[in-house]
Design a protein around this ligand. Structure first.
Ligand code: ADP
Ligand code: MG
Length: 717
């Protein structure tokens, strides 16, 4: 298979049976390139060759010796197949043991010399080398070891394809590979001292020292980060070429709008508002993410932007992730601006309402759609159904989206075009401005990389008068005390959230073998059980409701409305309550199975309370006595703000949770690199430099091509 290219299909390589290629496909490996980009996730260090007589317990090492004796037997107890080899060198002997790998007996021969790499392990009766990798010693004499005597790469495996098999394939592929063209420009490699592609490929698989592997890994991570940054800059400039309706306003106009609010805006609300208004005046679409702690007052700023749009006689779509939240935004906005008379509508699967002087309150969907398409209502609040359904706006100029960070050109175009118009290629239409809101503080590296195409506004302070939420980890023996405390708070008129990690109690199938993980899962508190326990045993005198994702939108709506209206004392819920729900009178949030949630998520939960001047509390319950769990939960108590927590959580749980449901399509190595501030900055700087000198990457055709591929495999547009 000489002259192999990265694009060569593995199926076309003679000698690689279809059984193998099928297994490789399971790992999504179809080409030589895929195979070589299947990176090890760790290395076992067998670089020290140790005389048998000097081995110590638990040591990972390579020994070189002769097989003195080889046999295969079955254990009488569990019917395991055991292969044992006695290995000897001048200093002593040790037994090597493999379980249930019958083929090994054919790969070894008594009297021959091999390298064995494994861990020195102790059983009840003896000390042995556990399932060592091995290869004939004459190979090591020629310096060709790949399974022993060095850093041995360990790969993600699949059934029938072990790390050993992968090492074999990869070693051969590297040997036959035509040196691939490096798409990273040479000046960049030089400037940042990154290894060239061919070296990096070799070293990530077969490093001589760990620092080589790390340098290689860095290079691959940098690659993805650079592509990400190039993509961001491209997206930004593409958007800058699109048209949008300039939405003008004046200082006195804003003055009169804000003076009607029932409160005074905080300084950072004012700054964010100013940044948004400046964007809206431009004839290119805004692409802005407004982030701020829960309760920092993002909704009112978004609503003010919508007011400006309607003053300019344009429509705004305001999207929320759930019906509960859509309903809440609707109520907030209609109550903050009670005399708004250009129409505010709520459009969800179950409920259609319209607010405005000449409109009835409840309205049929068909009628509402008609009014929307005629421009008779200026602000339409709803779930994402707003973009999916065939809703035609009359003249949409602003899209506000809660908790979704990306809104591509195509999505905007669909939203903005009257029905049928999206098929007209000659129509060049204005795109709506886009304002995203996030209560999940996004770590800096992620904001700069994954969301690097968005402009950021950050609300850094909470409205005055809010008290710090008292957070406590409650030991199991103090549970009753906590209930007593809750009873007292409810007597004072407060309301309580109880969060459980799951909806229903776990069940066990008849013959199911209980794993540790399953046992743990069974102990988790569920909404239905807790609801039953609290309402029948603990607080029979109180009104307790439950809320979870399996309920219909209508049910959820009613339950939320009752809770917001103070008709229920305790709401037992799953994480549906996580984003945005606003019940100022709720003063305690009690979180069961707290160890099951990420810090960022716990932080969100806690933000459900402390939304008024009442002293609020967050009680974390966990049955896990583990030190690391307690330590993690402690961060929630000590962190100064959401951003600090987010940075911590990024390190502990990785970036996945900040990227929400939208899978980015970024490779693992790049996801991991999102923790690396230094590398993210490097990539950002070089992307800027590259594109400012050569916007079309004309001098870098290989990089330009790679960019195209990147755009296809990721979903970042
Ligand atoms: P979030 O940023 O979590 O979306 P909201 O916009 O829901 O926060 O605001 C939380 C609560 O604080 C709402 O009841 C809102 O009316 C109120 N609020 C917003 N801004 C201020 C302010 N500047 N002063 C006092 N209360 C405010
Ligand atoms: Mg909100």
């Amino acid at each position: 298979m000489a002259g192999t290219l990265l694009s060569t299909e593995l199926a076309s390589i003679p000698g690689l049976g279809s059984k193998f290629t099928a297994r490789l496909q399971k790992l999504n490996i179809k080409t030589v390139g895929n195979l070589l980009w299947h990176f090890p996730f760790r290395y076992e260090d067998y670089s020290s060759i140790v005389p048998i007589g000097e081995l110590s317990l638990d040591q990972s090492a390579t020994v070189q010796g002769k097989i003195h004796q080889l046999n295969i037997r079955r254990t009488w107890k569990k019917n395991f197949l055991v292969i044992e080899a006695i290995i000897v060198d001048e200093t002593g002997g040790i037994k090597a043991v493999w379980f249930n790998q019958p083929y090994i007996i054919h790969s070894l021969k008594e009297g021959k010399f091999y390298n064995f790499a494994g861990k020195v392990t102790k059983s009840k009766r003896e000390i042995y080398l556990a399932s060592p990798s091995f290869e004939p010693m004459e190979k090591s004499a020629r310096g060709e070891t790949r399974h022993t005597a060095g850093l041995i790469p360990i790969y993600p495996e699949t059934k029938g394809l072990t790390s050993k098999g992968l090492r074999f394939l990869i070693k051969n592929a590297l040997k036959e590979l035509e040196p691939p063209e490096d798409f990273l420009p040479e000046e960049i490699l030089k400037e940042y001292q990154l290894p060239a592609l061919r070296f990096a490929l070799r070293r990530i698989h077969f490093p001589l020292k760990i620092s080589d592997a790390e340098a290689a890994k860095n290079r691959f991570a940098f690659e993805d980060l650079l592509l990400l940054q190039l993509n961001n800059i491209r997206l930004k400039s593409r958007l800058a070429q699109e048209q949008a309706e300039p939405l003008k306003t004046t200082a006195p106009e804003m003055e009169s709008l804000t003076s009607r609010l029932p409160f005074i805006l905080t300084e950072s609300q004012k700054i964010s508002l100013k940044e948004i208004l400046e964007d809206l005046q431009k004839s290119h679409p805004m692409n802005r993410l407004m982030q701020g702690d829960v309760g920092s007052g993002k909704t009112v700023i978004a609503a003010l932007a919508a007011m400006v749009a309607s003053k300019n006689n344009f429509q705004t779509a305001f999207m929320a992730p759930t019906e509960v939240l859509a309903g809440q935004h609707y109520r907030t906005i209609t109550s903050i601006f009670p005399d708004f008379n250009q129409g505010i509508a709520l459009l969800t699967a179950n409920k259609n309402e319209i607010y405005g002087q000449e409109f009835p309150k409840i309205i049929s969907k068909a009628k509402l759609l008609k009014i929307i398409s005629e421009g008779g209502v200026k602000i339409v609040i709803g779930t994402h159904a707003l973009i999916q359904k065939n809703i035609a706006f009359h003249n949409l100029a602003l899209a506000i989206v809660d908790e979704q960070h990306r809104f591509g050109v195509r999505q905007r175009a669909t939203l903005a075009s009257p029905v049928g118009a999206e098929n007209d290629p000659n129509r060049r239409q204005a795109l709506p401005h886009f304002l995203s809101m996030s209560a999940t503080p996004i770590p800096r590296t992620i904001a700069l990389s994954v969301f690097g195409d968005l402009d950021l506004s950050t609300i850094t302070e909470l409205p005055a008068g809010r008290k710090k939420i008292i957070t406590k980890i409650v030991a199991p023996e103090n549970r009753l005390k906590a209930y007593q405390f809750i009873r007292e708070q409810i007597a004072k008129g407060r309301q309580i959230f109880v969060i459980c990690p799951r909806i229903q109690p776990g069940t066990v199938a008849k013959d199911e073998i209980l794993t540790e993980a399953k046992k743990k899962a069974l102990e988790l508190k569920s909404v239905t059980e807790e609801h039953k326990k609290l309402s029948s045993k603990i607080f029979p005198e109180l009104k307790i409701a439950m809320l979870h994702g399996k309920m219909s939108g209508k049910e959820k709506d009613e339950i939320m409305r009752d809770f917001q209206g103070g008709q229920t004392d305790i709401l037992v819920a799953t994480s549906v309550i996580e984003v945005g729900v606003d019940v100022p009178n709720a003063a305690i949030i009690m979180i069961e199975g707290a160890e099951r949630f990420g810090l960022a998520q716990l932080y969100q939960f806690r933000g459900r309370v402390g939304r008024s001047t009442h002293q609020s509390f967050c009680f974390l319950f966990t049955d896990s006595g583990s030190e690391s769990v307690t330590q993690r939960l402690e961060y929630l108590i000590t962190a100064k703000n959401g951003f600090e927590l987010a940075e911590k959580d990024l390190l502990i749980r990785g970036p996945g949770q900040f990227l929400g449901e939208s899978q980015t399509g970024l490779p693992d190595i790049a996801m991991d690199a999102l923790k690396n501030v230094q590398l993210v900055k490097m990539a950002r700087d070089s992307a800027k430099k590259l594109l400012s000198n050569d916007p079309e990457l004309e001098n870098y055709p290989a990089l330009a091509k790679k960019m195209e591929e990147f755009q296809k495999t990721t979903h970042l547009e």
